[in-house]
Each structure stands twice: as structure tokens, then as C-alpha cells.
Design a protein around this ligand. Structure first.
Ligand code: DQQ
Length: 539
């Protein structure tokens, strides 16, 4: 009998069943977008790790193809772990991935398309030279994985980084190669940190210091900075710096875990992400694994686990201090019925229902404008953890300027709701804008994760309006604050607020009145995600 599936999504990428984790080897090739992903063909929990493979013409509608890499060789028999694609100057791609070998030691492997003239790149051939890299001396064989996309330095040689650890601290081992097959470890790593644990899934790429256009991973030019993203402790952290393609020296602006704060792609659920350069639309696109917040037995019942984020465009902010993200513009193709409001007052302590759209499957954009900022609550300490602040001052704790924002996936009686909101604080002569995603009331079910997330938005509410875009898709709430300055993704499992029962509201639980300068909300169509291929029964 069919199990009911209230938590399956309509426009986020997921296979029709089974386990999925990290995005792998995203690329654009001959007019086609490719995404590979860590996949268990045989169950809803992690295991039998293979590379699932799907293609798209617009990053929104997908066709799942045959599995691209199966663990069937001595050098990957215990799993085809994460890896990346690199496009050669002649336009042809290659994949570098980690294999867990017969001893479960991690080694690096190479694969090529069987037929480069096939834009779908349906079949992949593992190199006869595999494994092309094994753990070097001093490196733990269980902590050596996730090759990045390779880039070319000034000398025409390839570089790649591999996630690792030394003395339990994060390390990005750097290798060089002339032919992509034989790699030599450089005398020093690209970067390391004694303030973090092991690094997974490193991503290293340039961003332009003037404008939103993306750059090829090998771009060498003026007016660029380099991003190093690494995954640890359930989050994706990044740093910015100057990379010298001659010496391979990477001079970072502010290092990981600095007391001034640490930058994350997303302050909610978002892990093992990977970006690629889309030469067709001249942008850099970011993908990420969004894991579940329910139990393994729930996953077994659902028959699946794991989503991919909506692909996001990613670029450097105007002041050069951080990255900015926004859903790829193609997502707008799925927008259908729309409601719109302008210059609407939202009094302190009030609630306003947005009706007329499908609240369980929606895209909402809202802009708030505030006055009486001097009435804002005072923030006494400025080295405060935003997540702790959001947890203490959750959506039900009324303040002055906020909490205000959206109540999404709300039940009619409001016993269930997820609150995505802001709160403005005064500290000395400046203001701080806190963004929170509060899952505390997201479900009547006791056993699901309800962690509250938070981030500060670096903007001045005296001169800038505060905006929020939230993508609501049954069990995922993906929010972009301040036009993409801070992102928070949450997973929720409502019991009542499902399908047609779900409601959507704007709320203001502060004492100060505010103006909704503009609000647009759209019902979203279902994306087409289908499976073809010989082994499609597994996909
Ligand atoms: N997932 C992969 C590893 C990677 C981890 C295994 C990160 O390669 O380090 O499925 O989620």
C-alpha cells in the first residue's frame, strides 16, 4: 500500500526514492546541466554509496539517468564518495572522486565520459590508472577525501585540493599535475586551521570584486578574490582571500573561527555544498545537501532521505566582506498564481493572512520598512551568537522592533508554524539586524528536530529596507534575508499544516508598527523530475 508522502518536495531536487547526500561534480556541458549526488540505490539510509546522475536544461526540471559510478572496483568497493568535475581547455570533462577501497582506506580516482559527443554524458569509464592517489605518509587513511574541481595555475599545471586533517585539525592538501593523471603533493597545503576539525568537501574558486558575474575556476585576472569553503561540524564555512597562482600562497582576510565571527553559506541545514561555473549564463552556481531532521525509522517509512537546495547564484558583496546568494532566476518559471500587496501597515502585535495561494508550495518575497528605530531593544554585548539570541528571543518573545516576518506552514489554529523573522537591536551608535528561523512550533510531532537558527544581517536599517525571500516546499523552508546576505534553510515535518491545510501569515510580534512596503507571494508549480535509463528501478 502507498504511504502518504506529505514531506516530499515539489520543486527541490530529490530522487524518486532512497538515500541522497552530497552534490557531486556539478557542471554545464554542451547545453546541459549535470548534477551527480551521493546515492544509496538500495535504501533510505546511508550505504552502498554510488553516484546518482541527473541532467537539466534549466536547473529546475530534471531527468534522472543511470547511476554514473558504482562501487565495483577494489579501489572504490566500499563506496564512491564525493568528488568534482573539471572541464579541460578543450571542453571535455573529467571526474575526480574518492573511493573507499577494500580496506576502507580513502584513495582518489579518475573517471572520463565514455562518449564526449553525448551531451548527456550517460556513461562514465574509470581510469585504468586508479587509484591515482593514496594517503601520503602522516595522513590518516580514513581522513583523505573529496577532491575539489581542479584549476590551472600560472605555469599551466593543474592544482587540486583534498580535504583532510592533521592532528585532528582541518587541512586542504594541495597537489599539482601536468597531465591530470600524475599528481605531486606541494610542500605546503593550500590552507589549514588549528581551530577546526577535519575538512570535508573543500571548494576553492575565484569571485569578481566588481559585479555579480561568476568566473571560471581557473580564472587568473585582476579584481578577484578567492573563496575557500570547507565542511565541518554540520556547517559549510568559508573564508575570502588573495590567491597567488604563481606561488600558490593564499592570504586570507579573516580566518575560520575568528573571534570577529565566522561566515557560513547558510546558518541552518546546508552541508557538503559544491559550486560550479556556468559559462553559459556567466554565473557561479551553488548546490548543497539538505539533510533530514526526522528519525531513521521515519526515513525508512518514507523510503527516502535528503534533498538538494535550490541551486543558488553566488557572488561577492559590494563591500567585499562576504558572499551573497540568490535562487537561480529560472526558478521563477514555476511561479503561477500570485498575490501582491503594497505599503500595508502591520501594527504591533498583529497577524495578517496571505490567502489565495498554495501555502505549502510557495515563493514569497517581502520587504519591510521601519520607523522609530530609536525604540529598538538595546543589545548590550556585541559578541553574541545569533543562534543563541534567536533561541532566547524566539518568535513568541515579543520585543519592540520585532519579531516580525512570516509564519509559514502554519495550521489553521496556529498550533503549528515555522516563524522566519527579524528583530532589530540598538547597540551603541549602530543597529544590528537579527534573522531567525524558528522551528520550535513547526510540528506537533515530538520526535523531530526543532533547532532554532539565527544569523546577523550586515545592513543598516536606517538606510536600507529589510527584505526576506522564503521558498516553502512541504518539508523545506529556505530563506534569504537582506537580498541574500544571510541564508537559513530548515526542514520541518508538520502534522496538521500539510497540503491544503497549510496557511501563510505575516506577523509582527513587536510593539512598534511597521510598513510592508511590498509583498508578493506565488503558488509554485511542481518541477518535472523524471527517471529514465536501464537501471531506473533503482532511481
Ligand atoms: N559525504 C561523503 C564523503 C564526504 C561526506 C560520503 C560529507 O565523501 O566527506 O558520502 O557529507
Amino acid at each position: 500500500s502507498e504511504v502518504s508522502q506529505p514531506y516530499r518536495t515539489a520543486f527541490h531536487f530529490q530522487p524518486s526514492k532512497n538515500w541522497m547526500n552530497d552534490p557531486n561534480g556539478p557542471m554545464y556541458y554542451k547545453g546541459v546541466y549535470h548534477i551527480f549526488y551521493q546515492y544509496n540505490p538500495y535504501g533510505a539510509l546511508w550505504g552502498n554509496i554510488s553516484w546518482g546522475h541527473a541532467i537539466s536544461y534549466d536547473l529546475i526540471n530534471w531527468v534522472n539517468l543511470d547511476i554514473a559510478l558504482i562501487p565495483n572496483e577494489p579501489y572504490d568497493i566500499n563506496g564512491c564518495f564525493s568528488g568534482s568535475a573539471t572541464i579541460f581547455p578543450n571542453g571535455e570533462p573529467a571526474i575526480l572522486y574518492t573511493g573507499a577501497d577494500t580496506n576502507k582506506h580513502q584513495v582518489q580516482n579518475l573517471a572520463f565520459p565514455k562518449n564526449v559527443s553525448d551531451p548527456l554524458l550517460t556513461e562514465w569509464v574509470k581510469s585504468s590508472l586508479n587509484p591515482i592517489l593514496s594517503p601520503p605518509e602522516g595522513i590518516d587513511a580514513m581522513s583523505y577525501r573529496d577532491p575539489s574541481t581542479a584549476w590551472m595555475g600560472q605555469d599551466g599545471q593543474w592544482r587540486v585540493v583534498i580535504g583532510s586533517e592533521l592532528d585532528h585539525h582541518g587541512l586542504a592538501i594541495l597537489y599539482k599535475s601536468k597531465d591530470f593523471r600524475h599528481w605531486i603533493r606541494t610542500s605546503s597545503p593550500l590552507h589549514s586551521s588549528n581551530k577546526t576539525i577535519m575538512w570535508e568537501c573543500p571548494d576553492f574558486y575565484p569571485v569578481s570584486t566588481n559585479g555579480k558575474n561568476g568566473l571560471d575556476t581557473s580564472a587568473i585576472q585582476k579584481n578577484i578574490k578567492h573563496v575557500l569553503k570547507v565542511s565541518f561540524k554540520t556547517h559549510d564555512y568559508y573564508i575570502l582571500g588573495k590567491y597567488d597562482p604563481k606561488s600558490d600562497k593564499y592570504d586570507v582576510d579573516i580566518d575560520f573561527m575568528d573571534s570577529r565571527g565566522s561566515l557560513q553559506y547558510d546558518y541552518g541545514r546546508f552541508y557538503a555544498s559544491k559550486s560550479f561555473y556556468d559559462g553559459h549564463k556567466k554565473r557561479r552556481v551553488l548546490w548543497s545537501w539538505i539533510n533530514e531532521g526526522d528519525s531513521e525509522s521515519d526515513d525508512n517509512k518514507k523510503g527516502w532521505s535528503g534533498l538538494q537546495s535550490i541551486p543558488r547564484s553566488i557572488w561577492l558583496s559590494e563591500n567585499g566582506d562576504q558572499l551573497v546568494q540568490w535562487p537561480v532566476k529560472e526558478l521563477k518559471k514555476l511561479r503561477k498564481r500570485k498575490v501582491h500587496y503594497k505599503n500595508k501597515e502591520l501594527k504591533g502585535g498583529s497577524l495578517f493572512q496571505i490567502s489565495g495561494i498554495t501555502a505549502s508550495q510557495a515563493d514569497v518575497e517581502i520587504t519591510f520598512s521601519l520607523s522609530n528605530l530609536n525604540e529598538a531593544e538595546v543589545l548590550t554585548s556585541d559578541v553574541i551568537d545569533p543562534q543563541i539570541l534567536c533561541t532566547q528571543k524566539n518568535a513568541s518573545v515579543s520585543g519592540s522592533q520585532g519579531p516580525f516576518g512570516l509564519l509559514v506552514l502554519a495550521s489553521k489554529d496556529l498550533t503549528e508554524h515555522t516563524a522566519v523573522f527579524f528583530r532589530v537591536f540598538r547597540s551603541a551608535n549602530s543597529f544590528r539586524v537579527l534573522m531567525c528561523s524558528d522551528q520550535k512550533r513547526s510540528s506537533l510531532r515530538q520526535e523531530v528536530n526543532k533547532t532554532i537558527y539565527g544569523a546577523f544581517l550586515v545592513l543598516d536599517p536606517r538606510h536600507e529596507k529589510i527584505s526576506l525571500r522564503t521558498l516553502i516546499d512541504h518539508s523545506i523552508v529556505e530563506s534569504f534575508g537582506g537580498d541574500g546576505l544571510a541564508c537559513i534553510t530548515a526542514r520541518v515535518y508538520p502534522k496538521l499544516a500539510i497540503e491544503e491545510q497549510a496557511q501563510l501569515y505575516v506577523f509582527n510580534n513587536g510593539s512598534q508598527s511597521l510598513i510592508i512596503s511590498s509583498l508578493s507571494a506565488w503558488s509554485m508549480k511542481k518541477a518535472q523530475i523524471v527517471s529514465i535509463g536501464k537501471r531506473r528501478k533503482h532511481i
